[in-house]
Every structure is written in C-alpha cells, then in structure tokens.
Ligand binder design. Structure first.
Ligand code: NAD
Length: 279
C-alpha cells in the first residue's frame, strides 16, 4: 500500500492526511478499535476529551510498541473548559489519560460564540503550545468571523480548522478563508456520518463502478484530491482497510466536479450542530 501523504502545516510541522477518528466509539471498545487501526497501518488518531475514550486511545498507543514520533495524536478542549486557567488543567488531564507528555495537535473544539470566550481559550492554547504540551494548535467548527477575531486579537494563525465537511455541506466560505490564511482543513463527518444517502448517489456510485472501488472510497478520495485531512470512523476491519486504501486510484476532474455539485448551500446539507448556536 502506498504511504499516507504528509500535509505541511503553516507552523512548520506535518500531519498525515489520513487518520482514524474515534467519535462515538464506546470507551470499553476503544483500545481494541485503535489497536486494530494501528495494526492496519493508521498512524494518526483523532479523539477529544468529550468523547470519553482518551484512556482507551492511550492504552492502545502504549501497547502498540510504536515510537512516539511515528504517531500523530489530536485531542480537543471541551466547551465548558474555556475560562480562566481551566484549559491548562484540561490539557493536563487529557495528556494523563492518553499517557503522553505532548499531543501533536490540540484544538478548541467549538467556538461557543454566546459565551464569548473563544479568544481567551485560544490564548491559553498558545501558552500550551509554547510550553511544549502540544506541538501544533488549531480550532474546530470556527467560521470566518471567529477565525478573523483570532487573527486580529492574537496574530497566531491556527494550524487547522476541523469542520463538518462532506459533499452536501462543503462550506465554501470557510474553506476560502482558510486557504487565504494558510489554515489547513480537516473534514469531520467526511462520509456525512452515514446520515444521508451519500453512498447511493449516482455521482458516487458511478465512479465507484468505473474504478472498481467502493462508494466510501470514492468520497474519501474526493476529499484527498481537495487537500482535506480526513479521519473516517469505523470499527469494522474491512471498512478500516478500505478507508486506508485510497492511494492506488484517482478521480478524474469531471468526477470531482460532479461531486462538487452536490453541495447544498446555506447549511441545508449540515448533519451536525450549527457552530453559531452550539453553546
Ligand atoms: P464519518 O463521516 O466518518 O462517518 C462514520 C460512519 O460512516 C460510520 O459510523 C459508518 O457507519 C460509516 N462508514 C465508515 N466507513 C465506511 C465505509 N468504508 N463504508 C460504508 N460506511 C462507512 O463521521 P464521524 O465519525 O462523525 O467523523 C469522523 C471523525 O471526525 C470522528 O470520528 C471524530 O474524530 C471527528 N469529528 C469531529 C467533530 C468536531 O466537532 N470536531 C465532530 C464529529 C466528528
């Protein structure tokens, strides 16, 4: 299998473009799921404090015997930990659960604009990075107005913005803003979380039949060709294998354009929470 490409971040570090997301994997199943993923060749794990499964990720990492520098681990600061020095406590707790002395990427999980404390949370993440507890820092679910405030008030550019992004919800305003400022896009819910008929649409099944690939591989390949960083979630070994096997084929420009045309503007294709209202 071809190696997973590394994407350069603006802070000089690199991230594997493909990883494994563990949202909704129950804590008691996480060690086994991550062990399986590492055995198959995944080296980038995306978790979050709120997923409740950082300890399982940590146990799988410890048991893997892999060198720390071979792994890329992301976790996230939850919404009720933005204030005061709580981000410092929260990252220490995440590191403890993960059994690590640093994460590769630490994110502010949601902007929670009604609380108006995401700039403070970002300032705390800058300190966390400066103390070496996170190699890179970024944000998640931030819209252009939120990102602009971080740039205006701190002048530290997030390495990534992890946003809901799949064919029905492509968020062109966010991706344009990020492209203009060197912020890499991480696409969460890359398969639409299985919440709509994405994998049955002719724009997806057509190329799958032509290329002898599965619909999920076509959608994930569409993400990669757009430069998105993805970490699809599954606990089934055959799907984990399939989701890793994306580098031996390519979509044509026309196939990419047909999937691009599935976007439903104005948030109509969103399957997760609206970042402007999530508290
Ligand atoms: P996803 O789009 O990866 O969908 C996962 C679902 O897709 C699985 O439950 C399964 O039903 C299906 N699936 C996976 N592989 C498949 C295959 N090969 N064929 C057919 N179906 C397949 O959604 P997700 O898990 O929500 O997103 C991926 C990761 O993004 C998460 O695990 C998490 O790490 C991250 N995430 C972040 C946020 C955030 O707010 N930052 C929110 C949600 C998810």
């Amino acid at each position: 299998m071809s190696p997973i490409p590394q994407i350069a971040l603006t802070d000089g570090h690199r991230i594997p473009q493909l990883g494994y997301g563990v949202f909704k994997i129950p804590p008691e199943q996480t060690e086994r799921a991550v062990t399986q993923a590492l055995e198959l060749g995944y080296r980038h794990i995306d978790t979050a404090a709120v997923y409740g499964n950082e300890s399982g990720v940590g146990r799988a990492i410890a048991a893997s015997g892999l060198a720390r520098e071979e792994l890329f681990v992301t976790t996230k600061l939850w919404n009720d930990r933005h204030d005061g020095d709580d981000p410092d406590t929260a990252v220490a707790q995440s590191l403890e659960r993960l059994g690590l002395d640093r994460v590769d990427l630490y994110l502010v999980h949601w902007p929670t604009p009604a609380a108006d404390n995401y700039v403070h949370a970002w300032e705390k993440l800058i300190g966390i990075r400066d103390r070496g507890l996170a190699t890179s820092i970024g944000v998640s679910n931030f819209l252009p107005g939120h990102l602009q405030r971080l740039l205006d008030e701190t002048a530290v550019v997030p390495a990534v913005d992890q946003i809901e992004l799949h064919p029905a919800h492509q968020q062109p305003e966010v991706t344009a803003f990020c492209a203009a400022h060197g912020i890499r896009i991480e696409a969460w819910g890359p398969l639409g979380q299985g919440k709509y008929d994405l994998l049955e649409l002719p724009e997806v099944t057509g190329p799958a039949a032509e290329l002898g690939r599965t619909p999920a591989q076509v959608v994930l390949r569409w993400h990669l060709q757009h430069g998105h960083i993805v970490f699809p979630k599954s606990v089934h070994p055959e799907r984990l294998r399939e989701n890793l096997d994306l580098f031996g084929f390519e979509l044509s420009d026309a196939q990419v354009a047909a999937i691009d045309a599935l976007d439903r503007p104005g948030g109509a294709g969103r399957v997760g929470p609206d970042p402007t209202v999530l508290a």
